[in-house]
Design a protein around this ligand. Sequence first.
Ligand code: GDP
Length: 429
Amino acid sequence: MTVVAVVGAQWGDEGKGRTVDYLAQNADLVIRFQGGDNAGHTVVNERGEWKLHIVPSGIFNPLATCLIGAGTVVNLGVMIEELTRLEARGVDTSNLVVDKRAHLILPFHRQLDGAEEAARTAGWEVGTTQRGIGPTYADKAARHGIRVGDILRPDRLRARLEMLVPRKNRELAFFGLPEVSVDELMVLCQGWRQIIGERIVDAVPLVRDAIAEGKVVLLEGQLGIMRDLDWGIYPYSTSSSPTAGGACVGAGIPPSAVDRVLGVVKAFSTSVGGGPFPTEVHGDLAERLRSAGPKIGHEYGATTGRPRRCGWFDGVAIGYASWLNGFTGISVTKLDVLDGFEELKLCVAYRLGDQVLDYVPDTATQEEVEPVYETWPGWLSDTSGCRTWADLPANAQRYLRRIEELARAPIWFVSVGPERDQIIVVRGM
Ligand code: GDP
């Protein structure tokens, strides 16, 4: 194993953070390649429970370098707070660096995120976490953005802000929000520069040399493919690409250098935010999946605390995720949540009128599909103590084998609880 992309195969919250934390024990470099502090990776390890928002989940290995890559958008204020919290609990964060090319989230991006969401017609809300991610990526694409590296060059920063601020003030005024000034933003950025200026690097030699030397590099995705800007449920999507392709772009790695693509797949489905979700269930069933017991549940967003929408496993979405990402293996998480279910449904196709679809169609069509289900018997026993494939009940093995078929990729790991050691290595990567 050398370069491994770890990507979400569903709507996000699949358990990528815990998977990266596990793999990072043997990694040299861990790169967050897209998104911002809208991530909510929960990691539980021997040092406690952690909520990570922008810091890569490799931070608990002091020997690994953690890079916040060029494809991300970074609120340095939030990053500094997160580092302070980690350090206060004894985590050495000295190996964390940020690429100069990452884009800067400024306070007005957050304000505009909230105002734009509030202005959306009912039913068309994106479900944004209101962290300023979308507006920052919009400025990046429009070539108005401020890069993290710009804060190291005050003259350049001021010139860039003088172009950006009048535009943003027009938008803020449109929403009845107070104007911002170049001077106040300069002061803010100067403060950030003093605290974390030394962590801002050009990541090209770091990444290139790590790969050339055969180091173990993990590419950590945020969110899942169904929130991808192009291939997800646009417009209920994020503003970047959490795919293996996006990993190459955001980390600055050629596709040919990626050795493994690990899809992280929850054993059922959850989604936070708007948009179609064909296998969604409601009422008691949803509540059972959301909070099935003290050891399980946790189906509340780590960044927002919002309850996650829950549903049956969607094999169509997984097949689609596998095709677009090129999974070479999958990690199935949260199997233990299903321990108490007498029977389980697996969606194996979508019905659209008299057509049967075996792929995820565009958003408008997806809103019209009906899931086609298979019903599988549950195992009605506690899997949280299982540590090998053989320990798993036969019905759990059958359910997993069916997931493997639908994913068209072998299962490498199964997790049966949030703790670092609650993982079954099914086969080596
Ligand atoms: P991420 O954004 O993909 O890293 O996922 P989140 O951290 O947002 O959500 C996953 C949640 O499930 C977290 O609270 C994890 O601690 C928890 N979790 C991860 N794997 C397992 C598992 O195998 N079993 C249980 N019960 N919880 C898990």
